[in-house]
Design a protein around this ligand. Structure first.
Ligand code: SAH
Ligand code: SF4
Length: 403
């Protein structure tokens, strides 16, 4: 729910062309629970400080100081906020907490990929994956516990939605990963420009555009130049195609967009990505055509999972190129990552390469995504918290896939 519109005031928001800082009212707290500062936007943080008794004329300065402690230095204890008066630190400790998701397990793959199982309020669990690469590192974060959508090739899709993550739980995934990687700056150490987490992708569990406000607020915190400071061009949001929220993503977040396209006819897409029954290929493409202009960004990434005998023919490749004509695009081919009971098989490497070749010859970059962390089930679409109950049977998945 949006309560007030507040003009953008900080450095990071200014890096996006059309980003607005919007004050969303935080959820009502159960009696006795202190409000968590993590995940509040600047506007929300300031409002919370005023409500806790900070004089209004000091609030902007306090907001800036606390922001830097939290997001630049990674400090978790009010007592360490040494540029604040002692009694003010005590007031903060009395009213607020600095809470992050808790690491339940951490698995490290042979290729260096790290998968974290995190526990959040209510005892729910989500997964976050860190993928180190040459000269960069990408963190894949979740936006929901489970997913309401039921894409038939996706492991998360077999898990019922438990709840949306709060903005704090989304930002918290990045902070926990930085803790684990030892990536907070050290006072007086020379500035280190190499970043272990240099990119963030909203490609973990859940459909980010079905949790729009929390994802937006979390990304405002992450993009802020006086804190975590990841630029909007280093953030990619992946959607299965929630058409009405695509223009809002451009206007209110301004990050890069990836879309789970996966099929070239409505008949097949209905089966693979059932949200297509609501917003079909034409409706999706119309929204995508406007995205680069609205977000002032370059290319859209079309994700295309390669499923043996389902969507991987030469004809599909040619149809795909035709469909996306005129949209600045890159096509990311994802070899299907198998999971126990999955009703599909990965296309052969020859097939994937032939498909990539057709796309490449039509003038599009067509990288084949190397599956990472497969040995720890950390690859795209394999995430699903093991503790979740009510999982669908293989037969149910197959029935929904129309197999
Ligand atoms: N809900 C969002 C983001 C999470 S999924 C979305 O659907 O876009 C991130 C990407 O992984 C999507 O492109 C998704 O289609 C893909 N994916 C899901 N399951 C997969 C699997 N088993 N193998 C390969 N890619 C998969
Ligand atoms: Fe949800 Fe994305 Fe998986 Fe579809 S592919 S079920 S939208 S997480």
């Amino acid at each position: 729910m949006t309560a007030f519109d507040i003009p953008a005031t900080n450095a990071a928001l200014a890096t996006g062309p059309v980003v607005q800082d919007v004050l969303t009212l935080p959820r009502k707290l159960p009696a006795g629970e202190k409000a968590n500062l993590i995940g509040l936007t600047r506007a929300q943080l300031r409002a919370a400080l005023i409500e806790a008794g900070t004089p209004e004329r000091q609030a902007k300065m306090r907001e800036g100081q606390i922001w830097q402690w939290l997001y630049h230095w990674g400090v978790r204890d009010f007592a360490q906020m040494t540029n604040l008066a002692k009694d003010y630190r005590a007031l903060l400790a009395e009213k607020f907490q600095i809470a992050l998701p808790e690491i339940v397990t951490r698995q490290v793959s042979e290729d260096g990929t790290r998968k974290y199982l995190l526990r959040i309020a209510g005892g729910h669990e989500v997964e976050t994956v860190y993928i180190p690469e040459e000269g960069r590192g990408t963190l894949c974060v979740s936006s929901q516990v489970g997913c309401t959508l039921t894409c038939t090739f996706c492991h998360t899709g077999t898990q019922k939605l438990v709840r949306n993550l709060t903005a704090g739980e989304i930002v918290g995934q990045l902070m926990v990963a930085r803790d684990d990687l030892g990536e907070w700056p050290q006072p007086r150490a020379p500035k280190d420009e190499t970043r272990l987490v240099s990119n963030l992708v909203l490609m973990g569990m859940g459909e980010p555009l079905y949790n729009f406000e929390n994802v937006r607020d979390a990304m405002h915190v992450v993009m802020d130049g006086e804190g975590l400071s990841l630029s909007r061009r280093r953030i990619t949001l992946s959607t299965s195609g929630v058409v009405p929220e695509i223009a809002r993503t451009a206007e209110e977040i301004g990050c890069l967009l990836a879309v789970s396209f996966h099929a070239t006819t409505n008949e097949v897409r209905d089966r693979l990505v059932p949200i297509n029954k609501k917003w079909n290929i034409d409706a999706l493409l119309a929204a995508l055509r406007d995205y680069p202009r609205l977000s002032n960004s370059e290319r859209i990434t079309f994700e295309y999972v390669m499923l043996d005998g389902v969507n991987d023919s030469d004809e599909d490749a040619r149809r795909l190129v035709k469909l996306i004509g005129g949209i600045p695009a890159k096509i990311n081919l994802i070899p299907f990552n198998e999971w126990p009971g999955a009703p599909y098989k990965r296309s052969s490497w020859d097939r994937i390469e032939r498909f990539a070749d057709i796309i490449y010859k039509a003038g599009y970059a067509s990288p084949i995504r190397t599956p990472r962390g497969e040995d720890i089930m950390a690859a795209c679409g394999q995430l699903k918290s093991a503790t979740e109950r009510g999982r669908k049977s293989r037969a149910e998945v197959a029935a929904e896939a129309g197999l």
